[in-house]
Design a protein around this ligand. Structure first.
Ligand code: ZN
Length: 68
């Protein structure tokens, strides 16, 4: 029984590539080369998509504690 999932395919592609990396960013679709590629203090890839993701999270958290 073949299990076919798009995410698995992406991971397989990354695993088969010779691109060096410690992880895979699902936001931009690129491999993460090293820990320096993460946004400091997070486990999010430091790419435009990743930064937008972190900004979204930060604004959501900030909204909860903001003065009404
Ligand atoms: Zn990324």
């Amino acid at each position: 029984m073949p299990l076919e999932m798009p995410d698995e395919e992406m991971l397989q592609k990354w695993a088969e590539s010779t691109e060096p990396g410690i992880g895979f960013c699902f936001l931009c679709g690129h491999s993460i080369a090293s820990e320096e590629d993460f946004i400091p203090g997070t486990s999010t890839h430091n790419c435009p998509e990743g930064r937008a993701f972190e900004t979204m999270i930060a604004s959501e958290l900030g909204g909860q504690s903001a003065d009404e």
